[in-house]
Design a protein around this ligand. Structure first.
Ligand SMILES: Cc1ncc(COP(=O)(O)O)c(C=O)c1O
Length: 408
């Protein structure tokens, strides 16, 4: 019997009944991708069974139904993020594509030779590499705000790096490698005081915290559907309307135009200007169901449940001899990253897998974070609404087995 947790939504997730190597699945890899509730799976099937059609173009019934559904998710996503206007919601493939869109549009226009883009030392590669590419192309400089030994941003150092040369700040809200929650509201206020816009990578925040882009005063905010119980291949870029209006489009093609001649194209209004071609309509439908699912439970309840588990898991893991947690910032969400004596994280992951326990091992697409801590990799257990104390008990037991095998 599973412990009666504050939140018990496991039955909503069919995959959690899977057995792996003959053992019940213990899924602790939700930061990589979350599992999907039946509500999402059914919404997508319903779409293909009863509504499938291309959007924005047809006058026929199915096209109108599909268009209405697609656009209703835009309104729901705006509400979910606290955006003022659904026109500020651009559907993209995920966080990676959102950052690349802003880099290729806002970035290309506003960043020039001698300018700077400021990120933090805990970014995911998807919020490093696009800016590096832009800086390389423009002769600009990528600056990096440092983090302390707990994995928390050093705010005064961040503020010192905001200079007249800084044209954009791009920061993660929650680190996927460390779990650190960044003080983004303060970071944005400090940047805005100097007239600098801020992009927030919310890939690891949106599943765990209630986000209000207007309260944060973010200029751009992005997330991936698949990390918040939705399907892969769909995500959201929020952009302040005034910024989106002035940005050039990125990809050209159908749907992003008002009129085309061989001499000249007039672009569509926002957000359609940024959605060239047939979008992932079924993905949007699935995302809509996921956001509805999360809102139905309440992010405050999810956050309270995960915080309780994080404290429980931290306590359990720190009792294991030789285990060192990587990422011990006071403000954390959803992630327990660690190393265990001299055992390589890949060996930890393999032994745990034999027991049906899924964790992630490696650099978590955040190699500079590993470098900061002087390690090549960590083992990472990450939480979601369906995680339980029993999952963490089984993880701790599995890690004791790893120690036995390696005699560490
Ligand atoms: C903090 C963070 N940013 C960005 C991404 C990239 O997300 P995606 O691969 O869905 O584009 C991830 C994915 O792990 C992430 O954890």
């Amino acid at each position: 019997m599973r412990t009666a947790a504050a939140l018990d939504v496991r039955a909503d997730f069919p995959i959690l009944a899977t057995r792996v190597h003959g053992k019940p699945l213990v899924y602790l890899d939700s930061a990589a991708t979350s599992q999907k509730p039946r509500a999402v799976l059914e919404a997508m099937e319903r779409y293909y069974v009863a509504e499938n059609s291309n959007i924005h173009r047809g006058v026929h019934h199915l096209s109108e139904v599909a268009t209405k559904h697609y656009e209703s998710v835009r309104i729901a996503a705006a509400r979910f993020l606290g955006a003022a206007d659904a026109r500020e919601i651009v559907f993209v493939r995920g966080t990676t594509e959102a950052v690349n869109l802003v880099m290729n549009t806002y970035g290309r226009v506003h960043v020039g030779a001698g300018d700077e883009v400021l990120i933090t030392a805990m970014e995911h590669h998807s919020n490093i590499v696009p800016w590096q590419m832009l800086c390389g192309e423009k002769g600009a400089r990528l600056r990096v705000a440092p983090i302390d030994d707990a994995g928390a941003l050093i705010l005064p150092e961040y503020e010192k790096l905001l200079t007249p040369r800084t044209k954009l700040v791009a920061t993660g809200h929650v680190s996927n490698a460390l779990g650190t929650i960044n003080p983004v509201k303060r970071m944005i206020a400090a940047a805005h005081a100097r007239g600098i816009p801020v992009l927030v990578d919310g890939a690891q925040a949106v599943p765990h915290l209630a986000v209000d882009v207007r309260d944060l005063d973010a200029d751009f905010y992005c997330f991936s559907g698949h990390k918040v119980y939705g399907p892969t291949g769909i995500g959201v870029l929020y952009g302040r309307a005034a910024l989106l209006e002035e940005m050039p489009p990125w990809q050209g093609g159908g749907d992003m135009i008002l009129s085309v001649t061989f001499e000249k194209t007039t672009y569509n209004r926002i957000p359609h200007k940024f959605e060239a071609g047939t979008p992932d309509i079924a993905g949007v439908v699935g995302l809509g169901a996921a956001l509805e699912y999360v809102s139905g439970i309440g992010l405050d309840r999810i956050a309270a449940h995960e915080d309780e588990l994080l404290a429980y898991g931290t306590d359990l893991l720190t009792k294991i001899p030789g285990l060192r947690l990587i990422g011990t910032a006071p403000e954390k969400a959803g992630v327990l990253s660690f190393v265990l004596g001299g055992v390589h994280p890949h060996d930890i992951g393999t032994i745990l897998d034999q027991q049906g326990i899924a964790i992630r091992t490696g650099h978590h697409c955040a190699q500079p974070v590993m470098e900061r801590f002087g390690i090549p990799a960590t083992a990472r257990a990450s939480l979601a609404a369906y995680s339980s104390r029993e999952d963490l008990d089984l993880l701790a037991a599995g890690l004791r087995k790893v120690r036995e095998v390696f005699g560490s």
